[in-house]
Structure formats: structure tokens, C-alpha cells
Design a protein around this ligand. Structure first.
Ligand code: M6R
Length: 374
């Protein structure tokens, strides 16, 4: 039931505050003991001796994995690599001991991801790891799926059924699963001080309310902006650091539902080629959140502006962001938490552009909700 929403995708974007609320209630409950950073259904053996992590996923799930890898490396200090499941399957890196493999798939049925996990488990077994419990964790929205029959540990993101082919609330749920893991690992490895851990938890607890106001605000703003950009043929999304994967996700969302060509780039890479595409007909969406790369992203946006590109900023409202032709404002939060907020305007912008073009947003051409063929 779409309730009063025009499409399931819009309804599911509006459900994201609830997804976050449920996550906080489950994983950061008020009675959490002070020596436990986060409540996760993982036992001691899951964490023991861990030296590195590899994550296998496709599409939007891979973008969540990229934010996850940033958190696991930069916040929790564990070397982490992300692979397209379809590539890993035929060209895995050499096996290394004490490695955890994480498979991320909202449906739990994506053939490439399941096959990559099977192959990983078989290789480990051949190298002496126990067959009954390969060191694998699945992150999924479907705990009853094939994935669960395959891997010993599961994190259920609990986002509820997602009908729209374009993943939205399950993307948020997957990101949150990685915040939980990063908190758990950072605390166990004493990688972060108690106050750094406490402040990330406080920000996560504040997330549902922040998402509630952001979704309302951007639903209106993006509808207005979509009228201006609905006839565009190409869009570039730029981001850096922890928000680079959100640029990739913005481009994927836009192409899959609006059929507009879009590219996501790390902003610093633009000058190495893509800048040649820019002129007044190519809008550039720049995700510029305060943090280590803020000034850099702004100067990359300035370079695009100098080529007459129309600049849309996903950024806080402040004098530094006055260079944008249009601003989709996001409150100034810690850089760690920022992808959980910047995802809202990029989803709604894509949604409203596709809706304005009169397209079948929930069932885009050539796509299925779960891709069960290789
Ligand atoms: O079910 P999965 O998370 O494994 O699906 C992976 C991709 O097929 C999926 O994310 C796809 O890219 C979505 N349509 C994105 O909106």
C-alpha cells in the first residue's frame, strides 16, 4: 500500500526516519551497559584475531560497503577492501589469514554476491578453515533469504519490505549496519577514545529526528529543482572521502530511474578527464560537507563553475557554500555521520526528476528488484 504517496520509492524515502529509529532502538538501547559500545548479535569468536576485512556486494549495496570500508579503516583502524561481487568471483585476491568476508545484499538473493561468498568459503576450507563456519558475515534486509542459509553470521537491517526497485531505505539500513560494526571494532581494538565513541553514538541517536526534518524539507526543494533539470542529458556527482560513495549512489539512482546519463566521481579526479565534459548544459551536484576535504571539494566545485556548469550543492548553509547556484542544505554534523544525511537530497532529487519526466519510478525498464542471474 502506497498510502498517500505517488510511488513506493517516495514512501520508502519517507520511511527512513523510522528505519533509523528502529536501528537505534535495537542497537543503542537506553539500557546498553557502559562497557558495551553497541548491541550486536555477534559473539566473541566473531571478533577474535581479526586483521582485515573484505566486502563483496553489487550496486547500491556496494556503495554502502564503500562508506563501511571508510568507517572500518578510518574510525576502527582495520584494513578493508571492497569488491564488486561479480569481479571477485573470477579474480579474488590471494587468501590472507584472519580475514573476515562481509557480503552485503538487501535481497539476500543476488546471484553474483552469493556465488562470490560460496567461492570465498570454498577457498578458505581448502586452506584449512572450518567448513561449518567460514568467517563470513551477511548484511541483509531478508533474514529468511538464501544468504542466511550460506553464512554463519547475519546482521538483519530490519528496514521492512522495499517495493521500489531503486534501493533507498535499505541503503540507509546497510549504512547503519556498518556504523554498528565500526563502533564495535573501534571499541574492542581501543582504536577510539571513550568520548569519540560516545559522541558518535549521540549523533546516531539524534539521526531519526534529523532525517525527519530533512526528508520533509528536501521533498519540497527537490520537486522545485527537478523542474529546472528534468530535461538534462548528463549530470556529474562529485564527492570526496566518506561522501564519495554518496556521489556514486546519486549517479546510480538518477540513471536507473530517470534514464539520464550520470557519473559519480571523487571530486579531485575530475581534472584528470571528466572536466572535459563540462559546459552550461551539464549540472554538477557537489557533496561538500565540513571535514578534512571540505575546502578541497569547494575548490573542485569552483573549477566546474569556471566551465559554466550549473552547480547544485549538497552542503550546509554558510558563506563558504554561496558559490552554488542551488543549495540543498544539510545541517553541519560531524563528518563521520554526514553520509547518513547527504543521502536524502540525492535520493529525492533523482526521484523528482524521474517523476517529473512521467516515468515508472518503481519499475524502471530492464531492472528487477533482485538480480538472481549471474
Ligand atoms: O539485493 P542487493 O542489495 O544484492 O541488490 C544489489 C543491486 O542489484 C541493487 O542495489 C541495485 O543496484 C538497485 N536497483 C539500486 O537501486
Amino acid at each position: 500500500d502506497k498510502r498517500h504517496f505517488r510511488h513506493f520509492m517516495l514512501k520508502e524515502i519517507h520511511e527512513q526516519p523510522e528505519t533509523a529509529e528502529l536501528w537505534v532502538a535495537r542497537h543503542l538501547p537506553p539500557d546498553l551497559s557502559s562497557d558495551e559500545p553497541v548491541a550486536l548479535p555477534l559473539d566473541h569468536s566473531f571478533y577474535a584475531d581479526l586483521e582485515r576485512i573484505q566486502i563483496l556486494a553489487c550496486g547500491t549495496s556496494r556503495h554502502a560497503a564503500l562508506v563501511g570500508a571508510y568507517l572500518l579503516e578510518q574510525f576502527a583502524g582495520i584494513p578493508t577492501s571492497v569488491f564488486y561481487a561479480s569481479e571477485f568471483r573470477y579474480a579474488p585476491p590471494p587468501l590472507a589469514p584472519h580475514t573476515l568476508t562481509i557480503g552485503v545484499t538487501q535481497s539476500g538473493e543476488t546471484a553474483d554476491t552469493l556465488a562470490a561468498l560460496t567461492m570465498d568459503a570454498q577457498r578458505r576450507q581448502a586452506h584449512g578453515e572450518p567448513a561449518f563456519a567460514p568467517r563470513q558475515l551477511g548484511v541483509t534486509n531478508r533474514p529468511e533469504s538464501s544468504l542466511t542459509r550460506q553464512v554463519p553470521y547475519i546482521l538483519d537491517i530490519g528496514a521492512g519490505i522495499e517495493v521500489g526497485v531503486a534501493a533507498t531505505k535499505t541503503f540507509l539500513g546497510q549504512l547503519l549496519a556498518f556504523y554498528g560494526l565500526a563502533l564495535a571494532f573501534a571499541a574492542r581494538r581501543r582504536q577510539r577514545s571513550l568520548s569519540e565513541i560516545a559522541s558518535l553514538k549521540d549523533e546516531l541517536r539524534a539521526l531519526p529526528d534529523q532525517l525527519r526534518s530533512l526528508v520533509e524539507l528536501h521533498d519540497q526543494r527537490c520537486e522545485v529543482l527537478a523542474n529546472r533539470f528534468a530535461d538534462t542529458q548528463d549530470v556529474i556527482f562529485l564527492g570526496r572521502g566518506i561522501n564519495y560513495p554518496i556521489a556514486l549512489e546519486g549517479a546510480l539512482k538518477l540513471k536507473e530511474i530517470s534514464y539520464i546519463h550520470a557519473e559519480g566521481y571523487p571530486a579531485g579526479e575530475m581534472k584528470h578527464g571528466p572536466i572535459a565534459l563540462l559546459d552550461a548544459r551539464v549540472p554538477v551536484v557537489s557533496i561538500a560537507m565540513p571535514g578534512v576535504v571540505f575546502e578541497k571539494v569547494l575548490s573542485n566545485a569552483q573549477e566546474a563553475k569556471a566551465r559554466d556548469a550549473k552547480l547544485i550543492g549538497v552542503a550546509p548553509e554558510c558563506p563558504d557554500t554561496a558559490l552554488f547556484d542551488a543549495l540543498l542544505p544539510v545541517p553541519e554534523v560531524s563528518e563521520w555521520i554526514s553520509p547518513l544525511l547527504t543521502l536524502v537530497p540525492i535520493q529525492l532529487l533523482s526521484y523528482h526528476i524521474a517523476a517529473h519526466r512521467g516515468l515508472d519510478v518503481d519499475q524502471p525498464r530492464n531492472l528487477a528488484k533482485s538480480v538472481t542471474v549471474e
